[in-house]
Design a binder for this molecule. Structure first.
Ligand code: 6YU
Length: 496
C-alpha cells in the first residue's frame, strides 16, 4: 500500500539505518539513504592501532539490559562476550558510573594514595547525583552544573574537611578539578559551566554494567546493513539543501538537492545529520529555513567535542587490576575545568586514561580522554606533536623519564566536516521543550500543507537518551513508526 511513497533518509549513521530497517520491513519499498561519506556507521567507527581493534567513536553499550535496543541487537547478532550476557551484568545499577578500579597519579610524579582521594570523589559523585534533581527548576540559583558543584564543594569542605591539613585539602580540590574534566568528556562539553543544571536530570541511565564489542562496534552496523536491500544507500552523496513546502516538483512536497547538483523528489525526508552539522549549516540546509522555535532549540542544546588519544606501551606503568587512570594536577585547587593557555597547556585538559581490557587481547593500550576547546586544538596538531605532549605528560606523572609510547593515534571529531563535534548535552538555558522541538516534524502542527515532509532523528532528538547509540536507534524507529502509523491511520493520504 505504500509502494509509491518516496522516502529519503539523510545520513547513514545508526539512526538512519534503524529508520530504513523499520520502513523496509513495514513494506515501504522506495526508501533510500543519502550518505555524505564513503562509509556507513557515522559516529560508530572502529579502527586499528597496529593489529588491535580500537573504537574511534562510540565505545560502550551504556546500560546493557533488556530495554536497551543496542544490547538486544548485539546479543541477537552474537557480538558480545559471555560476561555481558549474564543476568548479573544486566541487573547491575551503576547509575552511569562503572565501578572501575582506579589508579591516581599526581603531577609531582608518582602514584597518589587512593585514601587521600576518595573523600573528594565521594563528594563529587554526591553532587553529580544532586545535580539531576533540579529538573524543571531552571537550577535556581545556579544556572550551570559547574557553578553548583563549585559552590557546594566550597561550603561542604568547610564543614566536612575542617580538621584536615591545608595540603590534603588542596589535593582534594585538585581532585575536584580532575572530576570536572571527566564530566566534560562524559557530557561532550567544553566546561561544566556550559551544562544546564535545570536540564541535567533529563538524561536517564539504564541498568546494566557498560560493555564493549570485542570485535568492534562496527560489527553492529555490518549486521544491520546486510539485512537492507543492496543499493539502498548512495555513498559520497552529501545533501546540500532540503527544499520543503516545495511547489515546483508536482506531487512531491520535498525536493532534496545534493552537492553534485542532483535533485531528488520525495514525499518524506528523515534528516539524521548530527547536531554539530545542523548548528553550522541550518541556514543553507533548509529552504524555507527552520521555524524560529526549532532554530532556537538547535542553538540552545549543546554539542561539544570529546576525543580519544590511544597510546600503546611495551610494558604497563599502572597496576595489573587498574581499569582507569586519573591524572591529578596538584596546582589546580581552584576547581577548574578549563585550561587558561590552550596552545601551551592543552594537555592539562586530558583527565586520564581508560585501560583497554582484557590484556591478552589488547596488550598495553590506554585510551586518553580529552574534551572541549583544548581537544579541538589538539586536533590541529600533527600526530608527532601529540605524541610528544603525551610522552612528556606520562613521564611527568610517573616520574619516570624513560617511559616511551610505542604508538599513538587520536580521533578528530571536531574537524570531521559531517559531524563537527562529538555529541549532545543540555546547554545553558536549555529545557525539555528544546528536545521536543528538535524532534518535531516539518511543517509544524496546524499548517495546511502536506504533513510530515521533514522528520528528524538522530541522538540529539531523543528526550532522555541523547548522546548515546541506543538513543539514536530509538529515534530512527520513532520516525519510521510515525510514517508507518500515518499511512495506516490516514488511508486517504496514501498515494497509490
Ligand atoms: C554510546 C558510547 N561514546 C564517543 C565518541 C563519540 C560518540 N557516543 P551519526 O553521526 O552516527 O550519523 C549521521 C550521518 O549523517 C553520518 O554518517 C554523516 O556522515 C551523515 N551526514 C552528515 N551531514 C550530511 C549531509 N549533508 N548529507 C548526507 N549525509 C550527511 N554512544 O552509546 N556509547 O560509549 C559513546 C562516544 C568519541 C564521537 C560517542 C557514544 C555517541 C554515539 O556515537 C552517537 O550518539 C551515535 O552514534 C549517533 O548516531 P546518529 O545516527 O544520530 O548520528 C546530562 C547528561 C548527560 C550525560 N551523557 C552521558 C552519556 C554518555 C555518552 N557517552 C559517550 C561516550 C562515548 C565514550
Amino acid at each position: 500500500r505504500s509502494v509509491n511513497t518516496k522516502i529519503v533518509i539523510i545520513g547513514c549513521g545508526i539512526s538512519g539505518i534503524s529508520a530504513a530497517h523499520r520502513l523496509v520491513k513495514a513494506g515501504f519499498n522506495d526508501v533510500r539513504i543519502l550518505e555524505a561519506t564513503s562509509r556507513s556507521g557515522g559516529r560508530i567507527k572502529t579502527g586499528r592501532l597496529g593489529n588491535k581493534i580500537v573504537e574511534i567513536g562510540a565505545n560502550w553499550i551504556h546500560g546493557p539490559c533488556e530495554e536497551n535496543p543496542v544490547f538486544c541487537l548485539a546479543r541477537q547478532y552474537r557480538l558480545l562476550d559471555p560476561e555481558a550476557l549474564t543476568p548479573e551484568n544486566q541487573a547491575m545499577d551503576i547509575g552511569g558510573h562503572p565501578p572501575w578500579t582506579p589508579n591516581f597519579f599526581g603531577s609531582s610524579g608518582g602514584k597518589l594514595n587512593a585514601e587521600d582521594i576518595y573523600p573528594a570523589q565521594q563528594m563529587f559523585l554526591e553532587l553529580l547525583n544532586e545535580s539531576s534533581e533540579f529538573q524543571g527548576q531552571k537550577g535556581e540559583p545556579w544556572s550551570c552544573v559547574g557553578d553548583f558543584i563549585r559552590s557546594e564543594v566550597q561550603q561542604r569542605a568547610e564543614e566536612q574537611w575542617k580538621d584536615i591539613d591545608a595540603t590534603s585539602r588542596s589535593l582534594r580540590l585538585c581532585v575536584i578539578s580532575n572530576m570536572l574534566k571527566v564530566e566534560c568528556c562524559v557530557n561532550g562539553a567544553h566546561s561544566m559551566d556550559e551544562v544546564s543544571l535545570g536540564a541535567f536530570g533529563l538524561y536517564k541511565t539504564l541498568p546494566g554494567n557498560d560493555c564493549t564489542f570485542p570485535g568492534g562496534y562496527e560489527g553492529l552496523i555490518k549486521n544491520l546493513m546486510s539485512e537492507l536491500p543492496s543499493g539502498l544507500v548512495t555513498y559520497n552523496r552529501p545533501v546540500r539543501c532540503v527544499h520543503w513546502n516545495n511547489t515546483e516538483e508536482r506531487g512531491n512536497p520535498v525536493m532534496v538537492e545534493c552537492d553534485d547538483g542532483e535533485r531528488i523528489a520525495a514525499d518524506h525526508v528523515i534528516c539524521t545529520v548530527p547536531l554539530g552539522y545542523l548548528r553550522k549549516h541550518h541556514s543553507t540546509l533548509f529552504h524555507p529555513p527552520l521555524p524560529l522555535h526549532k532554530l532556537c532549540s538547535v542553538q540552545r542544546l549543546g554539542f561539544g567535542t570529546n576525543n580519544k588519544i590511544f597510546v600503546e606501551f611495551d610494558a604497563p606503568w599502572w597496576d595489573a587490576d587498574c581499569e582507569i587512570i586519573y591524572l591529578v594536577w596538584e596546582d589546580e585547587d581552584a576547581m577548574v575545568d578549563e585550561v587558561p593557555d590552550v596552545q601551551r597547556s592543552w594537555i592539562k585538559k586530558l583527565f586520564g586514561f581508560t585501560v583497554l581490557k582484557p590484556t591478552e587481547r589488547y596488550g598495553h593500550v590506554l585510551c586518553g580522554w580529552i574534551a572541549g576547546h583544548e581537544s579541538e586544538y589538539m586536533e590541529t596538531l600533527s600526530e608527532q606533536e601529540v605524541t610528544q605532549a603525551v610522552t612528556q605528560l606520562v613521564r611527568r606523572f610517573t616520574g619516570n623519564p624513560t617511559v616511551t609510547p610505542k604508538r599513538v593515534f587520536r580521533s578528530q571529531w571536531f574537524h570531521d566536516p559531517w559531524t563537527c563535534g562529538s555529541y549532545t548535552h543540555p546547554g545553558k538555558g536549555c529545557s525539555e521543550q528544546d528536545l521536543d522541538n528538535m524532534m518535531e516534524p516539518l511543517p509544524s502542527k496546524g499548517s495546511q500543507s502536506q504533513p510530515l515532509q521533514v522528520l528528524f532523528a538522530g541522538e540529539a532528538t531523543h528526550p532522555c537518551y541523547f548522546s548515546t547509540v541506543h538513543g539514536a536507534v530509538l529515534t530512527g524507529w520513532r520516525e519510521a513508526d510515525r510514517l508507518i502509523s500515518h499511512y495506516s491511520s490516514v488511508p486517504c493520504l496514501e498515494k497509490d
